[in-house]
Design a protein around this ligand. Structure first.
Ligand code: HXC
Length: 515
């Protein structure tokens, strides 16, 4: 056959493969606001950068008449491309082909592109839109999932792994996203659960819709399984690109540097964020914006455990990660969920060379029967472990309250912060003045002619003696008490001089964090 003929044969084959599950299935996909798998990849990557591989892979199933069925690309599209000019590996399950179900060859395509990402040391982005294990392929589908989970684990801490849930992601399939670093969900499109509403109804007699069980809002607000929530696929793709701009391509690199920009100090005046009354809440994100380049803050898990704020910004053009108590929500306490949220984020940033800036304002760990029984001891320990283990530059700024275990946990010097600064508004003590006065002056208060007056007197006495940064500074636990206006300058200097920080790893295989 002459080349010309062979070329047109190739083109014909490609044309057929590119039809995916056919126009009817594509129409059904579009009718519910979903793009096709290829459209999604193209929308995420730089224009014209997508290169597809394994287009002609066929499924290998023989049972249940499968041998008579053709499944173009076996229901998953894989390839490489670039984002902001830098390479990434990517795959997208194609729901129009057998519901994007995962059979043996489908899994092989995914694991092959994951292996590429590991070898090339580039991020891997997986778009999930699938009915789960291909029922006709039995144990081979389960084997496929197992191979993916193994690679997710091996790749963890080496290349960034991003999961995008753009359709169903049910059964064991959810564990690949759960093993990855960042999970993106879209309202009304993403559905994630181990067992669906039907099974729940049969087994437990409980009724719930798919959306209420495992929709985008549930995972971004309640379970914490998702890190980013979007109202449309396009908004989700923009978020992915924004995230990619903040994180390094692999664990040996630093994140891309951007032109330096000053914060918008007129909108975020740093001197007037903390209220005069120590009990009045405020939004700690205003402090982050007051110190970040261009006042930009890219928040992670915004709606989950909002009593702690985590996310990325830049200082002098370089990425930094913020972990900040949020006085606006539950006074910024650490609890089960906020400890999980912070602990994992700290470990991610440590694995990927992103300096940590910790902003402290909390009354401590949340007391209560629910929290104790939910394991606040075990979960709270994750924060201590993650900070102690982290060897990236760690800079802490105490804004206001740093009481009790909260003081220690929020990257104090004792957990090896490189620098701890405090504003004059800082209060560093074992507990708040009210609680402390009630305990240590109980007898005086009880026996006083006017107990309320005596309580207030003792509270004031305690506050003036201990609720300030100077006792801690006298012991060297605070390196410098600084005016708020000096903060950015101090951070820039601290980041500059920590740029080449190195710490010897201890001779152990790995630690055993309180998972
Ligand atoms: C084979 C599947 C499939 C599957 C869907 N399809 N899921 N084929 N194996 N798991 C096929 C359908 O037969 C149909 O084929 C096409 O995909 C589209 O599916 P529909 O049902 O028409 O779509 P929709 O109404 O949108 O419903 C989507 C759905 C539903 C909610 C995902 O398909 C569904 O419930 N599927 C089964 C989900 C499930 O129980 N999966 C197994 C989970 S257990 P035709 O030819 O008609 O177009 C699991 C274990 C993994 O995954 C363990 C790993 C450790």
């Amino acid at each position: 056959m002459p080349l010309k003929q062979k070329t047109s044969d190739l083109k014909e084959r490609m044309k057929n493969a590119l039809k995916g599950g056919g126009s009817k299935a594509i129409e059904k996909q579009k009718a519910i606001g979903k793009l096709t798998a290829r459209e999604r990849i193209i929308a995420i990557l730089d224009p014209k950068s997508f290169h597809e591989y394994d287009l002609f892979v066929e499924h290998a199933a023989k049972d249940f008449d499968m041998e008579k069925k053709r499944l173009p690309g076996d229901g998953v599209i894989t390839g490489t491309g670039t984002i902001m000019g830098k390479p990434v590996c990517i795959y997208a399950q194609d729901f129009t082909v057998a519901g994007g179900s995962l059979g043996y060859m489908h899994a092989k395509k995914i694991t092959k592109i994951m292996d590429h990402a590991m070898k090339l040391k580039v991020p891997i982005i997986g778009i999930n839109d699938s009915g789960g294990a291909r029922i006709q392929e039995g144990v081979n589908s389960l084997a496929g999932y197992g191979e993916i989970f193994y690679r997710n684990t091996k790749a963890s801490g080496i290349v960034p792994q991003i999961s995008v849930i753009l359709g169903p992601c049910a059964g064991g399939a959810v564990y690949s996203p759960a093993l990855t670093d960042f999970v993106f969900v879209v309202d009304n499109i993403s559905k994630m659960f181990i067992t669906g509403p039907e099974v729940i109804k049969t087994v437990l007699g409980e009724e719930i819709s798919m959306e209420e069980l495992g929709g985008a809002k549930v995972h971004s607000e309640t379970t914490g399984n998702a890190h980013f929530y979007a109202e449309s696929e396009q908004e989700c793709f923009d978020q992915i690109k924004q995230l990619i701009s903040f994180i390094p391509w692999n664990n040996k690199k630093k994140a891309m540097a951007f032109p330096k920009k000053q914060p918008k100090s007129k909108i975020y005046p740093i001197d007037s964020i903390i209220p005069t009354d120590p009990k009045t809440p405020y939004d700690v994100r205003d402090v982050i914006r007051a110190i970040s380049d261009d006042s930009e803050f890219f928040e992670v898990q915004e709606k989950f455990a909002a009593n702690i704020v985590i996310g990325y910004g830049r200082i002098n053009g370089d990425t930094v990660a913020y972990v900040a108590n949020q006085p606006n929500v539950l006074a910024g306490v650490l609890d089960v969920d906020s400890s999980d949220k912070a602990g994992r984020f700290i470990r991610y940033c440590d694995a990927f060379n992103i300096p940590l800036i910790t902003l402290v304002d909390l009354p401590g760990y949340l007391p209560g029967i629910d929290q104790e029984h939910a394991g606040v001891i075990r979960h709270g320990a994750k924060v201590l472990y993650a900070y102690s283990e982290a060897t990236v530059p760690k800079i802490t700024l105490v804004l206001r309250k740093a009481y009790g275990g909260g003081y220690i946990a929020m990257c104090s010097h004792h957990l090896r912060a490189d620098f701890v600064f405090a504003w004059p508004t800082a209060e560093i003590a074992v507990m708040g003045p009210e609680g402390a006065a009630n305990i240590i002056f109980r007898k005086e208060i009880m026996n006083a002619e006017n107990p309320d007056e005596m309580r207030q007197q003792k509270v004031d006495e305690y506050r003036s003696k201990f609720a300030n940064p100077y006792v801690a500074a006298a012991y060297g636990y605070i390196d410098a008490v600084i005016e708020p206006a000096e903060t950015r300058k101090m951070l820039i200097h601290a980041l500059d001089i920590s740029a080449n920080k190195t710490e010897e790893c201890l001779d152990k295989k790995h630690g055993v964090p309180p998972f």
